[in-house]
Design a protein around this ligand. Structure first.
Ligand SMILES: Cc1cc2nc3c(=O)[nH]c(=O)nc-3n(C[C@H](O)[C@H](O)[C@H](O)COP(=O)(O)OP(=O)(O)OC[C@H]3O[C@@H](n4cnc5c(N)ncnc54)[C@H](O)[C@@H]3O)c2cc1C
Length: 510
């Protein structure tokens, strides 16, 4: 069975629950899938977490789950084994075969600490074998401490541990270079070069046995595990990885990864981060995923509105035998008559009157309209006039490839207040070839008989206003005509009247 979610959070540790809380509070249908093995499950107490000092890591997660549930977040126990891109959604498959789809996924599956291959270490991990002086150092301060070095970089860990106690032994495993020895000796740190054979918990302390047969008993041994990211389930997405230990996922401050629907936070993006960092990053990733979804909701709403508007035009054409007069627009004809024919594109070509007129005068003309009925009638008109003209069904200039010597937009108005006229005109400008022209003929004012009608009139501007709003690059565009032309008309009641046509003729100079 498939479940559809706004967001699926993979991994319900500190980072995942913080992301889930933000998503839940944003009223996103959110599922957290968690295999229940947070990295710090070996430790009974947690430190360095403001407001939660000394509290239990599992307790914090239990509280986090309750908080997220209060905002409608749902939880599923399980292991995610595959994450696949299906375009509008991601498909999340669990080990038990169950499948969820989500518009956004937050990856917060953390890391595994691969410990040095020493018998006994794993059993004592989180008790007498520790990794982080900040998390658990205070509790063993002043006692017998040791560091099991995994590389020369462990020198940094030794320096931090020495801050906690005067009694520190370092098991280097191999001879270190002279500068490191000088540094350790200067602070009275004992160095044992023989490899460690095994460690054993003994009455709350730890016995460390070396290959040389020596036994050293300490109260705590610090060592750094190698971070391992089990991200095989996301391999198909080829998420960008950083060149750092463990190859963590690359994510920005809002958790955005190289995949637009995938966010990530916590140790999976920063293996050395602690609980507060995972909390903060998780919170930002949840917010980042919600922001992506919110933007997409708006994009989809615009697409749906546009489809509705275009369907409306098709219905209007289909409802009548003929919609327009079939005659060329007189203002356009007067201006274009003075131009050398070339290639032309007419936006909103309707039943093809203007395009056929252009074709008859030697232009290689293309018309584009959202209505299939209009485009079919336009093609019939061209055939009856025995001219070649190309008619396409599409939404604006962006739907026709190539550049043209003349791009026309005649009376590209609509009654909807959200009709994107300026965007369409800018797209039209983008299709003008260097040296070519953009001709915009518009209603500069409502007809005199409609001027009393105050509501929902299409946006009508003077050519000057429109030129300013188009905001075209003045170094590339030279205005040739910016004026209002008055033309004779007949009002619906039969009385003579006039119409004001706005004319904007712009030449692309470069
Ligand atoms: C022993 C120890 C003690 C620590 N003590 C402290 C401390 O005192 N203070 C501190 O600030 N930090 C401490 N840390 C560090 C801390 O554990 C991490 O910073 C923190 O857990 C990172 O959170 P996370 O959400 O990224 O990952 P995790 O907490 O590890 O959560 C990842 C979750 O994802 C789940 N998961 C993994 N793969 C899948 C999958 N394929 N499908 C579904 N779920 C999956 C896991 O089961 C887990 O629940 C300690 C670490 C260790 C090892």
């Amino acid at each position: 069975m498939e479940n559809e979610w706004d967001a699926v959070v993979i991994g319900g540790g500190t980072a995942g629950l913080s992301a889930a809380q933000m998503l839940g509070r944003s009223r996103r249908r959110t599922l957290v899938i968690d295999s229940g093995m947070p990295r710090n499950r070996f430790a009974e107490h947690m430190h360095g977490v403001l407001g939660h000092d000394g509290s239990s890591p599992t307790g914090l997660l239990a509280t986090g789950r309750d908080e997220a549930r209060a905002y409608g977040v749902e939880f599923a126990a399980g292991v995610v084994i595959d994450l696949a891109d299906e375009g509008a959604v991601l498909r999340v498959t669990r080990e038990d075969g169950s499948v969820d789809t989500a518009r956004a996924v937050v990856i917060t599956t953390g890391i595994r600490d691969e410990l040095p291959d020493v018998p006994g270490l794993r059993e004592e991990w989180g008790r007498t074998v520790l990794h982080c002086p900040y998390c658990h150092g205070w509790e063993v301060a002043g006692r017998r401490l040791a560091v099991l070095a995994t590389s020369a970089a462990s020198l940094h860990q030794v320096e931090l541990v020495r801050q906690l106690s005067d009694d520190v032994t370092v098991f280097t495993g191999e001879p270190w270079d002279e500068s490191a020895i000088v540094r350790l000796s200067a602070r009275d740190i004992r160095i044992v070069a023989a490899p460690v054979r095994a460690v054993t918990g003994r009455d709350g302390a730890l016995a460390i046995e070396t290959e040389a047969g020596e036994e050293v008993v300490v109260d705590a041994l610090f060592t750094g595990g190698t971070p391992v990211l089990d991200l095989g389930y996301a391999d198909g997405l080829r998420l960008a990885r950083a060149e750092a230990p463990g190859s963590p996922l690359v994510a920005d401050l809002r958790g955005a990864t190289s995949h637009p629907r995938v966010f990530a936070a916590g140790n999976v993006t920063g293996p050395f981060g602690n609980v507060p960092l995972s909390m903060g990053a998780g919170s930002m990733a949840g917010a980042g995923a919600n922001a992506m979804l919110a933007a997409e909701d708006f994009d989809r709403a615009v697409e749906e509105r546009t489809a509705l508007r275009n369907a409306g035009w098709e219905q209007r054409y289909a409802a009548e035998e003929r919609f327009w007069s079939g005659r060329v627009n007189a203002t356009m004809a007067a201006i274009v008559s003075g131009l050398e024919p070339g290639t032309a594109l007419d936006l909103g070509s309707g039943e093809g009157g203007d395009v056929v007129w252009l074709a008859e005068r030697g232009w290689r003309a293309t018309g584009v309209d959202v209505s299939a009925t209009a485009a079919r009638r336009a093609a019939d008109l061209a055939a009856s006039h025995r001219v070649d003209a190309d008619f396409r069904v599409g939404d604006g200039a962006a739907s026709v490839p190539g550049e043209f010597d003349l791009v026309l937009a005649s009376f590209l108005h609509s009654w909807e207040p959200d009709f994107p006229r300026l965007r369409m005109l800018r797209e039209a400008a983008d299709r003008v070839a260097p040296g070519g022209r953009l001709l915009i003929v518009s209603h500069a004012a409502p007809p005199p008989w409609a001027r009393e009608v105050p509501v929902h009139a299409p946006v009508m501007r003077t050519p000057e206003e429109e030129l300013t709003l188009l905001d075209l690059d003045p170094t590339r565009w030279q205005p040739e005509l910016v004026e209002v032309r008055r033309r004779e008309a007949t009002a619906p009641d039969g009385t003579p009247a006039h119409l004001d046509d706005g004319v904007l003729l712009l030449r692309r100079v470069s």
